[in-house]
Design a binder for this molecule. Structure first.
Ligand code: AP5
Ligand code: MG
Length: 384
C-alpha cells in the first residue's frame, strides 16, 4: 500500500488494505451463498456503475449459485460532496421482471441513491430486491430501507480506491485511501511525498557496503549502516560503543533497542534526501516490526528490500580478503566470521519470509563482479 496518494488537488492516506477488503468480501459472499443455497431460480446481480464494478467482479466470482449480471449507471456526486440528487445516466442492461435482484453498490452513505435504485428495480417488476454494499457510512445513512449485506462500515470520510473515485481518478487502486484534510506537508513537496525506504539486505560480506555508496549517490538516498554507526561509537569510546564492541567481536548482534534508537535518531535528524538506504538494519523480526512502527508514525512504509545473496563459502573468502585490507576487528578470526554467519542464518534470514509475505522482497545474485551486481541493483531500483 502506498504511503500517500495525490489526486488532482487532494491528498489521501492509507485506510483499508487490499487484504482487509478481500477478507470482508469473502465474508459477505459467504452470507449470500448461505441465503441462496439450493435456489432453483437465477437471481440477478445489478452492478451499479462505475463505482461497484470491481466489487461486483470480486463478489461474483465468490458466488456458487447460478446468477446473471446486469448493470446500470447513476451519478449523484460532483467532487467530494453528495448533491443529494440521483441522476439515471445509463439504463438497465437486462430484464429483471419476475426475478430476484441483488443490487451491488460500492458505497452507501445518505441512502438517496439506494432508495432510487430500489424504486427503479421494483418498478421494472423484480420479484424481490436485496442490497449488497461493500461500504456503509452508518453515521449518515438516513433511510429505513434494510441493507441486507454490508461488507464494511466506515466513518463519514471521503475515500478512493477499489472502484471508488475522486473526479474519475483513483478507481484502479487495489487498496482504499482516505482524504487527508490536513496533510502534514505541502502537496507539491516532492522530497517528502516520494520518500523511499530501501533495506539493503544480505549475509555478512555479501557486498552491501560496497554497493551502498553508488546507490546512495545515484538515487539521493541517505546511507545508514548500523555496523558503521556502531564502529563509530566504538572508535569514539562511548558507553554504547563499549557495550557493542564486546558483542560485535564475538559475532553476536547488539540489542534490538540500541540499533532501533540509532535509526530513529537518524530519521529525525536527516533532511533534504529522497530516501534512506538501510544497510544491516533490520536484522531481527523484532527490528523489522519496530521499523514498520517507526515509519507508520511518519505515514511512511518500507519501499522494498534489496537483497544481495551469496553462498556461505563466498562469505568467508570475501571477509578474509577484506580483513587484510581494512583490519575490521570482527573480520579477524574464523571463529567470529563463522559465528556471524550462524547468527545471520538464525536471526536475520527469517526476514526473507517476513518481507516476501509483505510483497516487498527482491533478491539479486551477489556472486558476480562488483559491476555486475551494481547493474542488477540499479535495474531494480529504476523500477521504483
Ligand atoms: P555490519 O558492519 O553490518 O556487517 P555485516 O552485515 O556482517 O556485513 P559486512 O559489512 O561484513 O558486509 P557487506 O555486505 O557490507 O560487504 P562488503 O561490501 O563490505 O555489522 C557488523 C556488526 O554490527 C554485526 O555483526 C553486529 O554485531 C552489529 N550490528 C550491525 N547491525 C546490527 C543490527 N541491525 N542489529 C544488531 N546488531 C547489529 O563486502 C565484503 C568484501 O567483499 C569487501 O572486501 C568487498 O570489497 C568485497 N566485495 C564486495 N562485493 C564483491 C563482489 N561482487 N565481488 C568481489 N568482491 C566483492
Ligand atoms: Mg558492510
Amino acid at each position: 500500500m502506498k504511503n500517500r496518494v495525490t489526486l488532482l488537488d487532494k491528498s489521501f492516506k492509507p485506510f483499508i488494505s487490499n487484504e482487509q477488503i478481500e477478507a470482508a468480501i469473502d465474508a459477505v459472499a459467504q452470507r449470500i451463498n448461505a441465503d441462496f443455497a439450493g435456489c432453483t431460480d437465477v437471481p440477478v446481480l445489478l452492478c451499479v456503475l462505475n463505482g461497484s464494478i470491481i466489487f461486483t467482479g470480486e463478489l461474483m466470482k465468490r458466488l456458487d449459485f447460478n446468477c446473471e449480471l446486469i448493470s446500470m449507471k447513476l451519478s449523484s456526486y460532483q467532487g467530494t460532496e453528495s448533491t443529494g440528487k440521483v441522476r439515471q445516466v445509463m439504463g438497465m442492461t437486462g430484464d429483471v421482471r419476475g426475478k430476484r435482484v441483488i443490487i451491488v453498490e460500492d458505497i452507501v452513505d445518505t441512502g438517496h441513491t439506494i432508495e432510487d435504485l430500489v424504486h427503479i428495480v421494483r418498478e421494472r417488476g423484480a420479484s424481490e430486491v436485496r442490497i449488497c454494499t461493500m461500504l456503509l457510512k452508518p453515521e449518515v445513512y438516513k433511510k429505513d430501507i434494510p441493507l441486507d449485506y454490508v461488507a464494511m462500515e466506515i466513518p463519514n470520510d471521503f475515500i478512493v480506491g477499489f472502484g471508488l473515485d475522486y473526479d474519475e481518478l483513483g478507481r484502479n487502486f487495489k487498496d482504499i485511501y482516505v482524504l487527508d484534510p490536513e496533510p502534514d506537508y505541502h502537496v507539491e513537496d516532492k522530497s517528502i511525498q516520494t520518500m523511499k525506504y530501501y533495506i539493503l539486505f544480505g549475509p555478512p560480506g555479501a557486498g552491501k557496503g560496497t554497493q551502498a555508496a553508488a546507490m546512495a549517490e545515484k538515487y539521493h538516498l541517505c546511507h545508514l549502516s548500523t555496523g558503521e554507526l556502531l564502529r563509530k561509537e566504538i572508535a569514539d569510546g562511548t558507553a554504547l560503543g563499549l557495550q557493542a564492541k564486546a558483542l560485535i567481536d564475538k559475532g553476536e548482534l547488539v540489542p534490538d533497542e540500541v540499533v532501533e534508537g540509532m535509526i530513529e535518531n537518524k530519521f529525525q535528524s536527516t533532511q533534504g534526501v529522497e530516501g534512506f538506504l538501510l544497510d544491516g538494519f533490520p536484522r531481527t523480526t523484532a527490528q523489522a516490526k519496530a521499523l514498520d512502527q517507526m515509519l507508520a508514525k511518519r505515514n511512511e512504509c518500507v519501499t522494498s528490500v534489496v537483497s544481495i545473496m551469496i553462498p556461505d563459502e563466498m562469505i568467508k573468502e570475501r571477509i578474509r580478503h577484506r580483513a587484510a585490507i581494512e583490519g575490521r576487528a570482527d573480520d579477524a578470526s574464523d571463529e567470529t566470521i563463522n559465528n556471524r554467519i550462524k547468527t545471520y542464518h538464525e536471526k536475520t534470514e527469517p526476514l526473507v519470509d517476513f518481507y516476501q509475505k509483505a510483497g516487498k522482497y527482491a533478491e539479486i545474485d551477489g556472486t558476480g563482479t562488483i559491476e555486475e551486481v551494481r547493474t542488477q541493483v540499479f535495474a531494480l531500483l529504476d523500477t521504483f
